[in-house]
Write a protein that binds this ligand. Structure first.
Ligand SMILES: NC(=O)c1ccc[n+]([C@@H]2O[C@H](COP(=O)([O-])OP(=O)(O)OC[C@H]3O[C@@H](n4cnc5c(N)ncnc54)[C@H](O)[C@@H]3O)[C@@H](O)[C@H]2O)c1
Length: 449
């Protein structure tokens, strides 16, 4: 059955159903559809589907607008909230969120429901590829789910897990050139996957022979990032005390041609991946009554950074005898992206508010009609700061400190101008990016200096 699917794929007589049209699923859908594949983009959020149908893309998706519009116009990309029956072979690619398990919700809750939806219209010869970052054991549980519907995985139904490695705003490494690790239930399924991923990353696939290996690889990659970010953040705290610049230390260390990979400090790792995926390893360790203390400590350091930053700002303002008012700039979890999920900025703001600060927040990506979404994504009941649509003189006159959490390219000119023209008494730069200028009367402090 799967061999027949492979033949159909070679004749382009098949369709790809992508479940979840977010940061991972949307670019994948556009890429496959613009390469001539028949793609059905499925998202349970009617709001998301309606926005896409009305050509309303997110800021960072605008670079894909030509391919998206032409795929919509030539009928290669259909958008819907649920799949339908098709006589052609179908490959379902699952790109839905995977939350941290909390005792009530399991991390695979959306992966399972998307799989169930696919299976509702599946037939022999179809295949599912999981791209979401999943906990150890999920692929095997999905196999059981598929087999509970009467299919035999590896014989008449294909299953793969190919974790996405996308790094938003990375100019060098993107969906087209990042090699991918993949597990496939059988050789034909791997050949099918190669036929699809040749349009994604030229089929640069590293096959591993056990699903658990691929599952651990994904979580471990992000644990590596988390641990290293936490390591440099603790180094930054030490450098603050020593009065030396942490970036100078890291840049000098990075001259070692082997065995060192530079990471830079900041207010803490956020987003839907780095603080979350390592927890999947903790969950696995717990199931064996074992610890993963490096990850536990890294998570603690990560959680501490917003308090450290707000304490530093408070102390500096006290010394300068200035009122407790701050403009926090760069609210997303990473520079140059609009993603506000689990963002350190919201945590810094919460800390500052608990100290009685008046807080303003600015981000060129912030959209007032997405406030409800931001609150859910940051586990907040209400917005605890005043949003400013631009950084103008009126706002600057009301604050003692400009705290930069993320340096977006779009705000660089404005921030340089504020510093050079001494438009605020104090700037706290969490990313060590503003160049010191002795002509400025603004006191500039870096995290780790
Ligand atoms: N964002 C990244 O940079 C990134 C990188 C690598 C891996 N990942 C992983 O990829 C997965 C998806 O992440 P994302 O950032 O694209 O999430 P996202 O929140 O941007 O998008 C997920 C989409 O899935 C939809 N959805 C939820 N349940 C669904 C269902 N049952 N059927 C169809 N659609 C459904 C949601 O409405 C949402 O639009 C996660 O496991 C994440 O950890 C993300």
């Amino acid at each position: 059955m799967l061999s027949k699917t492979l033949e159909d794929i070679k004749r382009n007589n098949y369709q790809v159903e992508i479940f979840g049209l977010g940061y991972v699923g949307f670019p994948l859908a556009v890429r496959l559809a613009s390469n001539g594949l028949r793609v059905i983009g499925i998202d349970t959020s009617t709001n998301r589907i309606n926005r896409l149908i009305n050509n309303l893309l997110m800021d960072t998706e605008l670079r894909l607008k030509t391919e998206f519009f032409s795929s919509r116009n030539n009928g290669n990309l259909e958008l819907t909230i649920s799949p339908a029956k098709s006589d052609r072979p179908k490959i379902g690619i699952i790109c839905v969120p995977t939350p941290i398990p909390d005792g009530i919700t399991t991390s695979d809750v959306f992966v399972r429901s998307a799989t169930e939806n696919f299976l509702g219209f599946a037939k022999q010869g179809d295949m599912i590829i999981l791209e979401s970052s999943i906990e150890v054991g999920t692929t095997e549980r999905i196999k059981e789910l598929i087999e509970s519907k009467g299919f035999t995985v590896g014989k008449d139904f294909g299953l793969g897990f190919c974790p996405e490695r996308i790094d938003p705003d990375n100019k060098e490494w993107h969906i087209e050139n990042i090699p991918r690790v993949i597990y496939c239930s059988d050789d034909v399924s791997f050949d099918i996957a190669k036929q699809i991923y040749k349009y994604v990353n030229n089929a640069s696939l590293i096959r591993v022979n056990e699903p658990k290996i691929a599952e651990i690889v994904k979580s471990f990659e992000n644990a590596f990032r988390l641990v290293n970010i936490s390591l440099v953040n603790e180094l930054a705290i030490l450098c603050d005390k020593l009065g030396i610049n942490v970036k100078n230390v890291i840049d000098a260390a990075a001259t070692k041609p082997f065995g060192f990979l530079p990471h830079y400090p900041g207010a803490g790792a956020g987003g839907h991946c780095i603080p979350k995926d390592p927890r999947f390893l903790l969950e696995s360790a717990r199931k064996f009554s074992s610890n993963f203390s490096t990850i536990e400590n890294a998570l603690k350091v990560n959680a501490y950074m917003p308090k450290y930053i707000s304490d530093s700002i408070e102390k500096s303002l006290e010394k300068m005898n200035l009122p407790k008012s701050v403009l926090v700039c760069g609210l997303s979890y990473k520079a140059n992206v609009e993603d506000m999920r689990d963002s350190a900025s919201f945590k810094v703001i919460t800390e500052l508010k608990s100290k009685g600060f008046k807080v303003f927040g600015y981000d060129p990506f912030f959209k007032s009609d997405h406030i409800e979404k931001y609150l859910i994504e940051n586990n907040l009941k209400e917005l605890n700061f005043e949003v400013t649509k631009e950084i103008d003189e009126k706002i600057l006159l009301q604050v003692s400190c400009l705290c930069i959490i993320q340096h977006h390219q779009m705000t660089k000119k404005k921030i340089d101008e504020i510093y050079e023209n001494s438009l605020v008494p104090f700037i706290y730069d969490c990313q060590n990016k503003i160049s010191k200028n002795s002509a400025s009367r603004t006191i500039l402090d870096y995290l780790g200096d």
